[in-house]
Design a protein around this ligand. Structure first.
Ligand SMILES: CC(C)(COP(=O)(O)OP(=O)(O)OC[C@H]1O[C@@H](n2cnc3c(N)ncnc32)[C@H](O)[C@@H]1OP(=O)(O)O)[C@@H](O)C(=O)NCCC(=O)NCCS
Length: 227
């Protein structure tokens, strides 16, 4: 019995030490989560219950191993993080300060992705590659960028500072700073606080399938006329 109590005390002590270390080393990230998630009620809640923070803890340690070329160990840790959080951050990715992943499930960040400071990612977003290219093949995301739920940012492109990538957008081209991008493929709808010119019928642009059907209809009409 005494033996069991001793084990419990040791486990409790380890948990407390872990909590204290995470609070110290991840203070800025926890504060960022508190600032950016209106649902966050307390510091302790974020440390204990936020998968985005847990994934970041796994990532930061795995990244250290990656830096000293212990690739297998780095990847092992990254996969453990993925198992427990549903968030996959490759240990080779470079992630800045005050990073926050809200909800988290399904987030994927590729090996050569670079993420600036104060970036917020929502569930289901991907910073991925477009194929099996070697070298830098994932996006570079600037500072203070928000990437919406389910958005896919693909290839070696640059997302400028202070930009918003809308939920479910698919972005495959560079985005200038201070832009808002929505749709598939991603289109800039706002820049430097001003709505972009929507004389091209904004709603249609956001629906490329409809746009293609309408183009085909026009073409058929033209061909019928020339018969
Ligand atoms: C893209 C986003 C940042 C737009 O913010 P905004 O600048 O305030 O833009 P608005 O709301 O004024 O919308 C501008 C236009 O884009 C459209 N739009 C907005 N978000 C869109 C999206 N994700 N996909 C497609 N169209 C979108 C709007 O309908 C509007 O169209 P309209 O001009 O024809 O009426 C925001 O809508 C978004 O998607 N944020 C991600 C948030 C998220 O993922 N939350 C998950 C929480 S769990």
């Amino acid at each position: 019995m005494v033996y069991l109590i001793n084990i419990l005390i040791i486990l409790l002590a380890i948990a407390v030490i872990k909590l204290v270390l995470i609070s110290i080393f991840f203070y800025a990230d926890i504060r960022a989560a508190q600032k950016r998630d209106p649902a966050a009620k307390s510091f302790l809640e974020i440390i204990l219950l936020y998968p985005g923070l847990h994934a970041l803890v796994y990532y930061r340690i795995a990244h250290l191993f990656y830096g000293i070329r212990l690739f297998f160990l780095a990847r092992l840790l990254s996969q453990a993080g993925r198992f427990f959080t549903g968030i996959e951050i490759h240990p080779g990715a470079k992630i800045g300060k005050r990073f926050f992943i809200d909800h988290g499930l399904g987030v994927v960040i590729g090996e050569t992705a670079v993420v600036g400071d104060d970036v917020l990612l929502y569930q289901g977003s991907t910073l991925g590659g477009t194929g099996i290219v070697q070298g830098k093949r994932h996006p570079t995301v600037g500072n203070n960028v928000v990437i919406g739920a389910g958005a896919k940012v693909l290839g070696n492109i640059v997302i400028g500072d202070n930009s918003y990538i809308g939920a479910n957008a698919v972005v495959v081209k560079d985005v200038p700073p201070n832009s808002t991008v929505v749709g598939v493929p991603g289109r800039i709808t706002k820049q430097d606080g001003k709505k972009m010119d929507v004389s091209l019928d904004h709603a249609r642009i956001l629906d490329p399938i409809m746009q293609t059907i309408e183009e085909l209809q026009d073409r058929v009409k033209e061909l019928e006329k020339n018969k």
